[in-house]
Write a protein that binds this ligand. Structure first.
Ligand code: NAP
Length: 250
Protein backbone atom coordinates (compact mmCIF):
# COMPACT_ATOMS: atom_id res chain seq x y z
CA UNK A 1 0.00 0.00 0.00
CA UNK A 2 1.12 3.58 -0.64
CA UNK A 3 2.86 4.85 2.50
CA UNK A 4 0.85 8.11 2.67
CA UNK A 5 -2.55 6.67 1.74
CA UNK A 6 -5.43 8.55 3.42
CA UNK A 7 -3.11 11.35 4.54
CA UNK A 8 -3.66 15.04 3.83
CA UNK A 9 -0.54 17.15 3.34
CA UNK A 10 0.54 20.75 2.83
CA UNK A 11 3.80 21.66 1.08
CA UNK A 12 4.89 25.31 0.97
CA UNK A 13 7.19 26.60 -1.75
CA UNK A 14 5.91 23.69 -3.83
CA UNK A 15 5.96 25.61 -7.10
CA UNK A 16 9.65 24.93 -7.70
CA UNK A 17 12.72 22.92 -6.80
CA UNK A 18 12.75 20.89 -3.60
CA UNK A 19 9.14 21.68 -2.65
CA UNK A 20 7.88 20.49 -6.02
CA UNK A 21 9.86 17.25 -5.71
CA UNK A 22 8.43 16.67 -2.22
CA UNK A 23 4.88 17.41 -3.38
CA UNK A 24 5.26 14.90 -6.22
CA UNK A 25 6.75 12.28 -3.90
CA UNK A 26 3.88 12.73 -1.41
CA UNK A 27 1.27 12.52 -4.18
CA UNK A 28 2.82 9.38 -5.68
CA UNK A 29 2.58 7.79 -2.21
CA UNK A 30 -1.13 8.51 -1.98
CA UNK A 31 -1.38 11.77 -0.01
CA UNK A 32 -3.99 14.35 -0.94
CA UNK A 33 -2.19 17.63 -1.20
CA UNK A 34 -2.49 21.35 -0.94
CA UNK A 35 0.37 22.67 -3.04
CA UNK A 36 1.19 26.17 -1.86
CA UNK A 37 3.48 28.86 -3.17
CA UNK A 38 3.67 32.61 -3.58
CA UNK A 39 4.32 31.89 -7.26
CA UNK A 40 1.01 30.85 -8.79
CA UNK A 41 2.40 29.82 -12.18
CA UNK A 42 4.91 27.49 -10.53
CA UNK A 43 2.23 26.07 -8.28
CA UNK A 44 -0.07 25.37 -11.22
CA UNK A 45 2.78 23.61 -13.04
CA UNK A 46 3.30 21.38 -9.99
CA UNK A 47 -0.44 20.60 -9.99
CA UNK A 48 -0.21 19.49 -13.64
CA UNK A 49 2.74 17.22 -12.84
CA UNK A 50 0.82 15.68 -9.92
CA UNK A 51 -2.28 15.18 -12.06
CA UNK A 52 -0.16 13.53 -14.76
CA UNK A 53 1.19 11.13 -12.11
CA UNK A 54 -2.38 10.27 -11.05
CA UNK A 55 -2.27 12.24 -7.77
CA UNK A 56 -4.84 14.44 -6.05
CA UNK A 57 -3.94 18.06 -5.28
CA UNK A 58 -5.18 21.61 -5.22
CA UNK A 59 -3.32 24.91 -5.13
CA UNK A 60 -3.44 27.70 -2.56
CA UNK A 61 -1.44 30.88 -3.02
CA UNK A 62 0.19 31.87 0.26
CA UNK A 63 3.09 34.03 1.38
CA UNK A 64 4.70 32.15 4.27
CA UNK A 65 5.84 35.41 5.87
CA UNK A 66 2.17 36.21 6.54
CA UNK A 67 0.60 34.59 9.61
CA UNK A 68 -2.87 35.08 8.09
CA UNK A 69 -1.86 33.29 4.86
CA UNK A 70 -0.60 30.35 6.93
CA UNK A 71 -3.90 30.21 8.81
CA UNK A 72 -5.88 30.23 5.57
CA UNK A 73 -3.65 27.54 4.07
CA UNK A 74 -4.41 25.17 6.93
CA UNK A 75 -8.13 26.00 6.64
CA UNK A 76 -7.96 25.19 2.93
CA UNK A 77 -6.58 21.70 3.63
CA UNK A 78 -9.29 21.04 6.20
CA UNK A 79 -12.11 22.35 3.97
CA UNK A 80 -10.86 20.53 0.88
CA UNK A 81 -9.81 17.18 2.35
CA UNK A 82 -11.26 17.03 5.87
CA UNK A 83 -8.13 17.35 8.04
CA UNK A 84 -4.35 17.65 8.07
CA UNK A 85 -1.72 14.98 8.80
CA UNK A 86 1.51 16.24 7.20
CA UNK A 87 2.99 19.70 6.68
CA UNK A 88 6.27 20.50 4.99
CA UNK A 89 7.43 24.05 5.67
CA UNK A 90 9.76 24.31 2.74
CA UNK A 91 9.39 27.81 1.25
CA UNK A 92 12.58 29.82 1.49
CA UNK A 93 14.65 32.51 -0.17
CA UNK A 94 18.39 33.13 -0.37
CA UNK A 95 18.37 36.88 0.24
CA UNK A 96 21.16 39.39 -0.34
CA UNK A 97 24.85 38.43 -0.32
CA UNK A 98 26.87 40.83 1.86
CA UNK A 99 28.96 40.90 4.99
CA UNK A 100 27.09 41.60 8.21
CA UNK A 101 28.20 45.24 8.46
CA UNK A 102 26.99 45.88 4.90
CA UNK A 103 23.93 43.67 4.99
CA UNK A 104 20.75 45.61 4.10
CA UNK A 105 18.29 45.86 6.99
CA UNK A 106 15.28 45.27 4.73
CA UNK A 107 16.99 42.17 3.31
CA UNK A 108 17.50 40.87 6.85
CA UNK A 109 13.82 41.41 7.69
CA UNK A 110 12.66 39.75 4.47
CA UNK A 111 14.82 36.63 4.91
CA UNK A 112 13.88 36.24 8.57
CA UNK A 113 10.23 36.85 7.64
CA UNK A 114 10.07 34.10 5.02
CA UNK A 115 12.63 31.57 6.28
CA UNK A 116 12.08 31.76 10.05
CA UNK A 117 8.81 33.55 10.87
CA UNK A 118 7.21 31.53 8.07
CA UNK A 119 8.14 28.24 9.74
CA UNK A 120 6.82 29.45 13.11
CA UNK A 121 3.54 30.73 11.63
CA UNK A 122 3.16 27.49 9.71
CA UNK A 123 3.70 25.27 12.74
CA UNK A 124 1.49 27.50 14.90
CA UNK A 125 -1.58 26.70 12.80
CA UNK A 126 -0.56 23.26 11.54
CA UNK A 127 -0.04 21.77 15.00
CA UNK A 128 -3.57 22.73 16.07
CA UNK A 129 -4.93 20.97 12.97
CA UNK A 130 -2.69 17.90 13.35
CA UNK A 131 -3.85 17.43 16.93
CA UNK A 132 -7.49 17.56 15.78
CA UNK A 133 -6.71 14.98 13.06
CA UNK A 134 -5.22 12.54 15.58
CA UNK A 135 -1.54 13.40 15.06
CA UNK A 136 0.91 13.60 12.19
CA UNK A 137 4.27 14.91 11.07
CA UNK A 138 5.88 18.27 10.31
CA UNK A 139 9.01 18.62 8.21
CA UNK A 140 10.85 21.94 8.30
CA UNK A 141 13.34 22.73 5.55
CA UNK A 142 16.55 24.00 7.11
CA UNK A 143 19.93 23.71 5.37
CA UNK A 144 23.50 22.69 6.08
CA UNK A 145 23.64 26.39 6.94
CA UNK A 146 21.39 25.62 9.90
CA UNK A 147 24.31 23.71 11.41
CA UNK A 148 27.37 25.69 10.27
CA UNK A 149 27.99 29.21 9.05
CA UNK A 150 29.13 30.68 5.78
CA UNK A 151 30.26 34.18 4.87
CA UNK A 152 27.96 36.85 3.38
CA UNK A 153 24.56 35.30 4.19
CA UNK A 154 24.03 36.24 7.85
CA UNK A 155 20.23 36.36 7.62
CA UNK A 156 19.99 33.01 5.85
CA UNK A 157 22.39 31.35 8.31
CA UNK A 158 20.58 32.83 11.32
CA UNK A 159 17.14 31.89 9.99
CA UNK A 160 18.17 28.30 9.25
CA UNK A 161 19.82 27.90 12.67
CA UNK A 162 16.53 29.23 14.06
CA UNK A 163 14.61 26.56 12.15
CA UNK A 164 16.65 23.88 13.93
CA UNK A 165 15.89 25.44 17.31
CA UNK A 166 12.19 25.83 16.59
CA UNK A 167 12.00 22.25 15.39
CA UNK A 168 13.53 20.93 18.61
CA UNK A 169 11.43 23.16 20.88
CA UNK A 170 8.12 22.26 19.22
CA UNK A 171 9.03 18.57 18.89
CA UNK A 172 9.51 18.35 22.67
CA UNK A 173 6.18 20.03 23.32
CA UNK A 174 4.15 17.60 21.19
CA UNK A 175 6.20 14.38 21.28
CA UNK A 176 3.69 12.66 23.56
CA UNK A 177 0.68 13.86 21.57
CA UNK A 178 1.32 12.05 18.31
CA UNK A 179 2.94 14.95 16.46
CA UNK A 180 6.49 14.35 15.17
CA UNK A 181 8.51 17.39 14.07
CA UNK A 182 11.83 17.10 12.25
CA UNK A 183 13.99 19.18 9.98
CA UNK A 184 16.18 18.53 6.97
CA UNK A 185 19.51 20.09 6.06
CA UNK A 186 20.17 19.93 2.34
CA UNK A 187 23.62 20.63 0.96
CA UNK A 188 23.67 22.62 -2.28
CA UNK A 189 20.87 21.31 -4.49
CA UNK A 190 20.51 22.15 -8.18
CA UNK A 191 17.27 24.18 -8.14
CA UNK A 192 16.29 27.63 -9.44
CA UNK A 193 17.35 29.05 -6.04
CA UNK A 194 20.94 28.32 -7.10
CA UNK A 195 20.79 28.38 -10.89
CA UNK A 196 18.96 31.77 -11.03
CA UNK A 197 21.48 33.40 -8.69
CA UNK A 198 24.88 31.82 -9.40
CA UNK A 199 26.86 31.36 -12.60
CA UNK A 200 28.17 27.97 -13.75
CA UNK A 201 31.73 28.74 -12.59
CA UNK A 202 30.48 29.37 -9.04
CA UNK A 203 28.30 26.26 -9.14
CA UNK A 204 31.37 24.29 -10.22
CA UNK A 205 33.27 25.62 -7.17
CA UNK A 206 30.37 24.76 -4.87
CA UNK A 207 30.34 21.18 -6.17
CA UNK A 208 33.82 20.79 -4.73
CA UNK A 209 32.55 21.53 -1.21
CA UNK A 210 30.68 18.21 -1.23
CA UNK A 211 32.83 15.07 -0.76
CA UNK A 212 30.45 13.25 -3.13
CA UNK A 213 31.72 15.67 -5.80
CA UNK A 214 28.47 17.00 -7.21
CA UNK A 215 25.42 19.08 -6.34
CA UNK A 216 22.39 17.30 -4.93
CA UNK A 217 19.16 16.63 -6.73
CA UNK A 218 15.76 17.79 -5.41
CA UNK A 219 14.50 14.18 -5.59
CA UNK A 220 17.25 13.12 -3.16
CA UNK A 221 15.89 15.58 -0.59
CA UNK A 222 12.32 14.48 -1.30
CA UNK A 223 13.20 10.85 -0.46
CA UNK A 224 14.21 11.91 3.05
CA UNK A 225 11.17 14.17 3.50
CA UNK A 226 8.91 11.34 2.41
CA UNK A 227 10.40 8.92 4.90
CA UNK A 228 10.27 11.41 7.78
CA UNK A 229 6.63 12.18 6.93
CA UNK A 230 5.58 8.54 6.93
CA UNK A 231 4.89 6.11 9.77
CA UNK A 232 8.18 4.40 8.85
CA UNK A 233 9.80 7.20 10.91
CA UNK A 234 7.45 6.64 13.86
CA UNK A 235 10.23 6.91 16.52
CA UNK A 236 11.90 9.96 14.97
CA UNK A 237 11.20 13.44 16.32
CA UNK A 238 13.14 16.60 17.16
CA UNK A 239 15.88 15.55 14.76
CA UNK A 240 17.96 17.31 12.13
CA UNK A 241 18.88 15.18 9.12
CA UNK A 242 21.47 16.46 6.65
CA UNK A 243 21.21 15.31 3.04
CA UNK A 244 24.41 16.91 1.89
CA UNK A 245 26.81 14.65 0.01
CA UNK A 246 29.07 14.56 3.07
CA UNK A 247 29.40 18.38 3.46
CA UNK A 248 28.98 18.37 7.24
CA UNK A 249 31.23 15.37 7.80
CA UNK A 250 34.33 17.46 7.06
P1 NAP B 1 13.32 27.42 -5.20
O1 NAP B 1 13.54 26.52 -6.35
O2 NAP B 1 13.60 28.88 -5.34
O3 NAP B 1 11.81 27.20 -4.69
C1 NAP B 1 11.28 27.95 -3.63
C2 NAP B 1 9.83 28.27 -3.93
O4 NAP B 1 9.33 29.02 -2.81
C3 NAP B 1 9.66 29.14 -5.18
O5 NAP B 1 8.54 28.74 -5.93
C4 NAP B 1 9.44 30.52 -4.56
O6 NAP B 1 8.70 31.40 -5.39
C5 NAP B 1 8.67 30.17 -3.33
N1 NAP B 1 8.65 31.26 -2.36
C6 NAP B 1 9.55 32.27 -2.20
N2 NAP B 1 9.15 33.09 -1.23
C7 NAP B 1 7.98 32.60 -0.76
C8 NAP B 1 7.07 33.02 0.25
N3 NAP B 1 7.28 34.15 0.94
N4 NAP B 1 5.97 32.27 0.48
C9 NAP B 1 5.73 31.16 -0.23
N5 NAP B 1 6.55 30.72 -1.21
C10 NAP B 1 7.66 31.43 -1.46
O7 NAP B 1 14.19 26.97 -3.94
P2 NAP B 1 14.64 25.51 -3.44
O8 NAP B 1 16.08 25.37 -3.73
O9 NAP B 1 13.68 24.47 -3.88
O10 NAP B 1 14.53 25.75 -1.87
C11 NAP B 1 13.49 25.19 -1.07
C12 NAP B 1 13.94 25.23 0.37
O11 NAP B 1 15.13 24.47 0.53
C13 NAP B 1 14.26 26.62 0.92
O12 NAP B 1 13.82 26.73 2.25
C14 NAP B 1 15.77 26.67 0.86
O13 NAP B 1 16.32 27.57 1.82
C15 NAP B 1 16.11 25.23 1.19
N6 NAP B 1 17.45 24.82 0.78
C16 NAP B 1 17.79 24.88 -0.53
C17 NAP B 1 19.08 24.50 -0.89
C18 NAP B 1 19.57 24.54 -2.32
O14 NAP B 1 20.77 24.42 -2.52
N7 NAP B 1 18.71 24.66 -3.33
C19 NAP B 1 19.99 24.09 0.10
C20 NAP B 1 19.58 24.05 1.42
C21 NAP B 1 18.30 24.43 1.75
P3 NAP B 1 9.52 32.39 -6.40
O15 NAP B 1 10.03 31.51 -7.48
O16 NAP B 1 8.47 33.36 -6.85
O17 NAP B 1 10.60 33.01 -5.58
Amino acid sequence: MAILANKVAIVTGAGSGIGRAIALAYAKEGAKLVVSDINEAGGQETLSLIAAAGGVASFFKADTSSAEDNRQLVDKAIQEYGGLHIACNNAGIGGPLAATADYPIDGWNKVIGVNLNGVFYGMHFQIQALLKSGGGAIINMASILGAVGTRFSPAYVAAKHGVLGLTKAAALEYANQGVRINCIGPGYIRTPLLTNNLDEATLEQIKGLHPIGRLGDADEVAELALWLSSDKASFVTGAYYPVDGGYLAQ
